[in-house]
Design a binder for this molecule. Structure first.
Ligand SMILES: Cc1ncc(COP(=O)(O)O)c(C=O)c1O
Length: 426
């Protein structure tokens, strides 16, 4: 009988990895208190819990004016609107990310200009971004992917040189630091998601960190139906009603949950970081596995997902087969996002969005050169859940043992690959 669980063998890990989100009576009490208070949401915005969350979150990241809102997609669209970026402006985004990073600019009417990623980190390649800058470029949105950070030194240098706005997409980077400075406080804006899988969550939600009080006031207006918000918050009529806004406010119930999450966050982040360093060492011994580069300037790493790369010719199987086998071993695993050119959302005529149809010349994917993102998406990348680290050393040991087992049996697995693809899908 095969040693591999996917071919009928015994699982490497039989115990389930710890669940997310973590909650206890504190969360129940926090929500109950808000319910009893009668102030569940509404205005004036922010309510007391939301205002407290804004303050505590800015403290956690180490700076900025925090404006909580409904999710980590709207945050980016709002940042662009607050910076006066819109129809026909170009916004540089990486090719390897969740669709939100590119659809948020389209929401503001801007054109996402898609550039390749750095194979060492899978984050936006600053050199590729530099080549894509034109007279219409107004902003760059680097994504801090999985657990890595984009090269913020190079990106800020570009931004200064060409007078661009930088919006850090920090949906995966709560608590991360670059040269000791919090992710999201380096660029003009930092966009955070509090969606249920994120390392700080309120079920759904988002927070926009703004470097300037002026941007924060405008962002608050945009998410509060255009109501005027004074610089740095308050009710004074600073902006008039010239701001196009909508209701993107976070509720007090969500803010209450996120506030309890912030209390737990430092211990969870520390454990993930320690265990990930242990994982780096263990994985670097496996043939055909490439641990992504840890840039020394990335002084605090935060782990939403742990991404490593396989070289199929060395490891023996492609990443999709490895992932299916790893899942069967009891280790949740994912091949990661699709290449940007596979999303119909960005393809003229197929997309329902105005931007690709109005500016089709920007979306000729067959002419674009995105070799690094394509290789990551189609062959290399393996995404592990943060729960592996919350399960402590045993959690990591079990995952590593499973990967080694798969590599030992790669030949057998490869022979079954076609069948497995039919069964599990590519
Ligand atoms: C990189 C990235 N950016 C943005 C988002 C959007 O966040 P939300 O789901 O809160 O809108 C996500 C969410 O998964 C993400 O992974």
């Amino acid at each position: 009988m095969s040693e591999l669980a996917i071919l009928g063998g015994k699982k490497s890990r039989t115990e389930a990895y710890p669940e997310w989100p973590v909650w206890d009576e504190r969360d129940v009490q926090a929500v109950t208190d808000v319910v009893r208070s009668g102030r569940w949401g509404g205005f004036p915005y922010p309510g007391p819990k939301t205002a407290e969350l804004a303050k505590k979150f800015a403290e956690l990241q180490g700076g900025g004016y925090a404006v909580p809102m409904i999710n980590g997609t709207v945050t980016m669209e709002v940042a662009l609107r607050a910076a006066g970026i819109g129809w026909g402006d170009e916004v540089i985004v990486p090719a390897y990310t969740f669709q939100a990073t590119a659809s948020a600019p389209m929401g503001a009417g801007a054109i996402p200009v898609i550039v390749d990623v750095d194979p060492n980190t899978y984050c936006l390649d600053a050199k590729a971004a530099a080549k894509a800058i034109t007279s219409k470029t107004k902003a760059i949105i680097p994504v801090h992917l999985g657990s890595n950070m984009a090269d913020m030194d190079a990106i800020m240098e570009l931004a200064e040189k060409y007078n661009l706005i930088v919006i850090e997409d920090c949906a995966h980077a709560h608590g991360a630091k670059w040269r000791g400075q919090g992710a999201g406080t380096i660029g003009h804006f930092g966009s955070f998601s509090l969606q249920s899988s994120k390392t700080l969550t309120s079920g759904e939600g988002g927070i926009l960190l703004c470097k300037s009080a002026e941007h924060a006031a405008l962002a608050a207006s945009v998410i509060d139906c255009g109501r005027p918000h004074a610089l740095g918050g308050g009710g004074e009529d600073a902006n008039g009603l010239s701001v196009q806004g909508g209701n993107f406010r976070l509720s007090e119930l969500q803010a209450a949950l996120a506030l309890v999450g912030i209390e737990r966050f430092p211990a969870q982040a520390k454990q993930r970081e320690e265990m990930a360093a242990y994982m780096d060492e263990a994985l670097s011994e496996i043939q055909g596995v490439r641990v992504l580069k840890h840039d020394e300037r990335h002084t605090t790493r935060s782990f939403y997902r742990y991404i490593f790369a396989v070289d199929p010719s060395q490891f023996g199987v492609e990443h999709d087969v490895l992932c299916a086998a790893l899942d069967a071993e009891g280790v949740d695993c994912w091949t990661g996002y699709e290449a940007m050119n596979n999303y119909e959302l960005f393809q003229p005529q197929k997309s329902m969005m105005a931007v690709p149809n109005a500016f089709p010349e920007y979306f000729k994917f067959e002419e674009m050169k995105l070799p690094e993102a394509t290789r990551a998406c189609e062959h290399e990348a393996v995404w592990l859940d943060e729960a592996v680290f919350r399960a402590g050393q045993k959690g990591v040991d079990d995952a590593v043992a499973a990967i080694k087992k798969i590599q030992r049996n790669a030949e057998e697995l490869n022979q079954a690959a076609e069948e497995l693809r039919k069964k599990y899908g590519k």
